[in-house]
Design a protein around this ligand. Structure first.
Ligand code: TRP
Length: 455
């Protein structure tokens, strides 16, 4: 979207909330949240995540949407307009979607593969322990599905036909929520699943050390940004389309509840299932958790193959809408900056995405011995964006709003549409709580990634 054009806007608050939540809900909730929750100790992670969502997430989302609405511009222009010195921040935010898009499409490819497995009636094979690892360690199949996913995304972006997909996903999303509820209910009532429910919902403080807490905090903050599309300029763009008379504070609350609700549900679907089918906490939970746990659930259900097929189809839609909006963002950044035409820009972005995504794919097969600071490529890209760049962007945003531009600028914008009930919370979060947390988190994450500190 070029900034000179008249901004179109959402019809009302509900329209805005649905659009923003549609961008926020995606693989982050369904694929990433459950495996992180399992990795970082279940209940503790959940508790930390919820506390961070209502403080940190709230403050940052209010700030981003308000900046967008106030300036009427997307990230690069918005920061520049607020303060010339901070225009680099707009650029920094733009790097994040560029890093996320390729590996997001790799996971999207995995979802497409699983859909094909269920549609072709091989659901039973997918429930075998070795199925997932067999799939990702093959060289060509993951690349094939990844290419297919990128191609579909690129074609939709290229022809500007997102509207059709958005309309379809408005129908698909509520079905996904209902189906997830059914699967979660089935999952938690399996014999042995109760241990998993306890593990997931009840924080266990006895194993807590400062080191594990620091790690959990880092994981939770990164997940918060990722899942709510924060610290990457997305919410600024959405804010720029929001009408002045819509209640901004209420909208933020609703987006947060929606996004967190779906993530919680996904965890409830997956984590107890792991306990029920393997009898213990997931061993080394990683990006494959959803793909390993759910087929076992479907396999034990009557009509499991049908459930599996519908479920992966709906997840594919959620992934596709997010991938489209990520690619769209990257394309418009290049277009705005260099004045390039839309089609060649799309082609270039898709090509770049293919190259980078292949690195992630091959990281599980021919390059599985190659690691970057101890991580496989996909995990490395995920780490750099969620645990390094996004916290830096968030920290700089807090400094910009809290100390340079002033929290008043945001407060005034929020008050255009309603009383700002949580203004005090907002100010404390942006000026003190978030910056202090972020500095601590950044230091510990970098130290531990380079192995200086063992946490
Ligand atoms: N929040 C999305 C999810 O949970 C992922 C995402 C990150 C995203 N950045 C985005 C989606 C930008 C759309 C646009 O899956």
């Amino acid at each position: 979207m070029t900034e000179t054009k008249q901004r179109s806007s959402f019809s009302g608050r509900i329209g805005f909330v649905l659009a923003a939540a549609g961008s926020a809900v995606g693989l982050g909730n369904l694929w990433r949240f459950p495996y992180l929750a399992a990795k970082y100790g279940g209940g503790i992670f959940l508790l930390v995540y919820i506390i961070l969502a209502i403080t940190f997430g709230f403050g940052l989302m209010v700030a981003e949407i308000a900046i967008g609405r106030k300036t009427g511009l997307s990230a690069v222009g918005a920061y520049k307009k607020l303060n010339k010195k901070f225009s680099f921040l707009g650029w920094l935010t733009s790097i994040v979607p560029m890093i996320i898009l390729p590996y997001y499409c790799v996971i999207g490819g995995w979802v497409a593969k699983y859909l094909s497995v269920y549609v072709s009636g091989q659901g039973q094979a997918a429930a075998e322990d070795s199925f997932f690892s067999g799939f990702i360690s093959g060289t060509w199949p993951p690349i094939f599905w990844f290419f297919l996913f990128v191609a579909v995304t690129a074609v939709i972006v290229l022809f500007g036909v997102e509207k059709g997909v958005e309309r379809a996903s408005k129908i698909m999303m509520p079905i996904l929520v209902v189906l997830s509820l059914v699967i979660a209910m089935y999952s938690v009532t399996r014999p042995g699943a109760l241990e998993g429910v306890k593990y997931y919902l009840l924080p266990n403080f006895s194993d807590l050390t400062p080191g594990t807490l620091a790690n959990t905090l880092l994981g939770a903050v990164g997940q918060l940004f990722y899942s709510m599309s924060l610290a990457m300029g997305i919410m600024i763009t959405y804010g720029s389309y929001m009408k002045k008379e819509n209640d901004l504070e209420k909208a933020v609350g609703q987006i947060e509840i929606f996004d967190t609700g779906i993530a919680l549900l996904a965890g409830l679907m997956i984590i107890p299932a792991v306990f029920a089918f393997t009898g213990a906490a997931p061993e080394k939970p990683g990006p494959g958790l959803m793909f390993q746990a759910l087929p076992k659930v479907f396999n034990s259900m009557s009509f499991g193959a049908v459930f599996g097929a519908i479920f992966f189809l709906l997840v594919l839609f959620a992934a596709l809408t997010s991938a489209i909006s990520l690619m769209e963002t990257v394309v418009s950044i290049f277009q705005d900056k260099f004045g390039w035409k839309r089609r060649p820009t799309c082609a270039l972005v898709a090509a770049g995405c293919l190259v980078l995504g292949c690195v992630s794919c091959l990281g599980y097969s021919v390059w599985d011995q190659v690691t970057v600071i101890g991580m496989q490529f996909l995990d490395f890209f995920d780490f750099i964006s969620n645990s390094v760049i996004m916290p830096i962007v968030a920290l700089l945003t807090c400094i910009c709003i809290g100390y340079v531009v002033g929290t008043k600028t945001v407060s005034e914008e929020v008050k255009l549409s309603s009383r700002f009930r949580r203004e005090k919370l907002f100010v404390v979060v942006i000026k003190y709580f978030a910056p202090i947390c972020l500095v601590l988190i950044l230091i510990s994450s970098v130290l531990s990634a380079f192995g200086v500190m063992k946490i």
